[in-house]
Unconditional design. Structure first.
Length: 227
């Protein structure tokens, strides 16, 4: 079944330190933004992309989308101060029924198979997220003194895409706005409804480009894929 996808792209890339939105950085001559959009553009089940952008990027993003022949951006909305505000701007223009994905523009390596598994799961359960088992041992600390080692076998490192029935995501965002709650992902807003959230095991190479070394990892992932 067709889905829509909200793509938050309105950040400033401060941790990347490139002096501009990291989505302009190129991997094999193609901007990160375009790598991400292309995955959905080429997915026959994708019914439309809602792109949340910073007003300063509007002209240049439009040029890139045109230049690279991306066809499925159905709307561009202005994002907000936090990622959550940007996603909410997208939620406001969603069609009424169906499934919506939220996927960070800064994660260019998402696979179609994961997208489709998430859509199926969200159709059944209402909410599903991509995640991978945590590899590192995770400890809690008070300042720099360890207070607890957390049992790793039940820990997941959460990624995007996250998939939802549209009504579930809309209710979750409206409740968060009303209660002034800010979460680090959309599922955390859905959990507070409360509503169950299913996990689909994703891939370790679905990285988010966040700090400068991620660019080297991204180049290595692209090279591996071409082999
Ligand atoms: N994002 C957004 N609106 C914001 C902040 C972030 O749409 N106000 C988007 C980013 O463009 C990115 C995704 O959310 O695609 C994940 O955010 P993050 O990796 O934190 O990107 P930035 O906020 O750009 O980076 P930083 O936090 O280092 O400034
Ligand atoms: Mg950020």
């Amino acid at each position: 079944m067709a889905y829509q996808v909200i793509i938050p792209a309105a950040g400033q890339g401060k941790r990347m330190g490139a002096g501009k939105n990291k989505l302009y950085l190129t991997l094999e001559d193609t901007p990160v933004l375009i790598h991400t959009l292309r995955v959905f553009d080429e997915d026959e089940e994708c019914g439309g992309m809602i792109l949340a952008i910073h007003p300063e990027d509007e002209a240049q993003f439009k040029d890139m989308i045109h230049f690279y022949g991306i066809r499925k951006v159905t709307s561009m909305v202005h994002g907000g101060r936090e990622r959550q505000d940007s996603v909410y701007s997208g939620v406001k223009v969603l069609e009424e029924e169906g499934i919506v994905l939220v996927h960070d523009a800064a994660r260019p390596f998402i696979k179609k198979e994961t997208i489709h598994s998430l859509v199926r799961e969200a159709e059944m359960e209402g909410a599903a997220i991509a995640a991978v088992p945590v590899k590192d041992t995770i400890k809690r600390a008070d300042s720099n003194m360890v207070t607890e080692t957390i049992e790793r076998s039940s820990l997941w490192a959460v990624q995007t895409p996250q998939a939802f029935r549209i009504s579930v995501l809309r209710n979750a965002h409206e409740k968060a706005v009303k209660e002034e709650f800010t979460g680090t992902d959309d599922a955390s807003l859905v959990e507070r409804l409360p509503h169950k959230v299913a996990i689909i095991e994703g891939d370790y190479d679905n990285i988010k480009l966040t700090t400068p070394e991620d660019v080297f990892f991204a180049e290595a992932i692209l090279k591996k894929r071409k082999q």
